[in-house]
Design a binder for this molecule. Structure first.
Ligand code: GLY
Length: 418
């Protein structure tokens, strides 16, 4: 097998660092670039200063550097039409077209697909009028699940515990157009543990990845505001193989087939944000990309070659994956104040003292080569072990090795399974 493939990864977070890290283990990959990357990614790939939305510049770079395959991380690049532009230019890309990515960018489109192809999910109604939406919410029991019908950087879903909270969310979304003019979806509240099921999808082909669970709330005990995710782990012991198979057969495969039938075949990672209800797994949301921070605990467990997996999806070939049975658990170190306002620029020390993988989510190097915080979520510190308890201990030991007074973290990642 020749190790001669050149890969471009698009993005700058922990997810992209984990993708770069997995690609660096490939027997087929000779060189990795990442646009724009971050301080940690720069140790494993050559960072290129192109923004993820500048899809024409990314295509030009891929052409000039004879990139064999581009792998897309963030939804912003998908929404900017990166896959459409690369396909137009005959460049190979792992990531869905704008049309297929509507499964994430339009909650209404996703719900219509689920309705049409009989995929289990909560019942819902769509509203554009504030008063009608509020009357509907008030006619129903709490909590009220309110979703903005579009991309909202992880802030477009509110689970309101009171009618006042629901009114505020509706006012933000419909009267103040906080995320842009649009619609909202009001959905039935579903109860049960949540889990993330990511699958590599190539048209009707679906290659399941290992199951993970994310922790959305900022503080221990699942308290505090919603965030992009404060930690994750994989595998998830309460998702048995039977439940996983049920989710694959009733959710992920019909979604992939449904997108083909709708004339929007999907190539990339289809992320099922699922909930295990008394009636079985149901869909909370679909995303059109790898989850963050789930990717940082799933890819370290992948033993087979990730380039082969990406290549198979792009070419439409069959592919098998192999997984390490060990557990991986990761803890996010975030800037104080996150998910609200926070300061950047704090020096991070001790990164060389950890013995697990530390994925950089929001960092940069200064002129002296010091690593500085550069985002809300800054690092995803992982640990592996024979079981989740061992992985948790390993991750927490690594967290302790890192010195940065302005970062905070949760101590109870994995609590539903430990
Ligand atoms: N961790 C949730 C997401 O990536 O959307």
């Amino acid at each position: 097998m020749s190790k001669d493939k050149k890969v471009l990864v698009v993005g700058s977070g922990g997810r992209e660092h984990a993708i770069v890290d997995a690609l660096s283990r490939s027997q087929k990959v000779s060189k990795i670039w990442c646009a724009p990357g971050n301080a940690g990614i720069g140790q494993q790939a050559e960072c290129v200063d192109i923004k993820v939305e500048d899809v024409e510049a990314l295509a030009k770079f891929a052409k000039e550097n004879e990139i064999d395959l581009t792998v897309v991380g963030p939804e912003a690049a998908l929404a900017a039409g990166i896959a459409d532009v690369f396909q137009r230019e005959n460049l190979k890309i792992f990531g869905p077209t704008k049309k297929a990515a509507r499964i994430e960018s339009s909650k209404e489109f996703a719900k219509k697909i689920m309705e049409k192809y009989d995929i289990p999910t909560g019942s819902y109604r769509t509203f554009t009028d504030f008063n009608e939406a509020l009357d509907y919410v008030k006619s129903r029991p709490l909590p009220a699940v309110i979703k903005y019908d579009g991309l909202a950087a992880g802030k477009g879903v509110v689970v309101a515990l009171s009618y006042e909270e629901a009114e505020m969310a509706l006012s933000d979304m419909l009267l103040d157009a906080a995320f842009g003019e649009g619609k909202v979806i009001i959905e039935e509240f579903m109860e049960g543990p949540e889990f993330s099921f990511m699958c590599v999808v190539s048209g009707e082909r679906v290659y399941p990845l290992a199951i993970a669970q994310d922790h959305k709330r900022a503080y221990d005990g699942d308290k505090g505001p919603n965030t992009g995710g404060m930690g994750a782990y994989s595998p998830v012991p309460f998702i048995s193989e039977e439940i996983r198979d049920e989710a694959l057969i009733k959710v992920m495969i019909p979604a992939a087939k449904g997108l083909v039938k709708e004339g929007s075949p999907f190539v990339g990672v289809l992320y099922g944000g699922l909930i295990l209800t008394k009636q079985g797994p149901k869909v909370i949301e679909f995303n059109a990309r790898f989850g963050d921070p789930e990717t940082e605990v799933v890819l370290p467990r992948l033993e087979s070659d990730i380039y082969e997996l990406f290549e198979s999806a792009v070419e439409g070939w069959d592919c098998e994956t192999r997984w390490n049975p060990e557990a991986c658990l990761g803890v996010v170190l975030a800037s104080e104040g996150y998910p609200g306002s926070y300061k950047k620029g704090a020096e991070i020390k001790g990164l060389d003292l950890t013995d697990g993988k530390v994925y950089h989510m929001g960092t940069r190097l200064d002129e002296d080569g010091k690593v500085l915080s550069a985002g809300g979520r800054v690092l995803m510190v992982t640990g592996m072990g024979k079981d989740l308890q061992a992985a948790h201990s390993a991750a927490m030991k690594n967290v302790k090795a890192i010195e940065c007074p302005t970062l905070f973290h949760r101590t109870d990642i994995g609590h539903q399974a430990l």
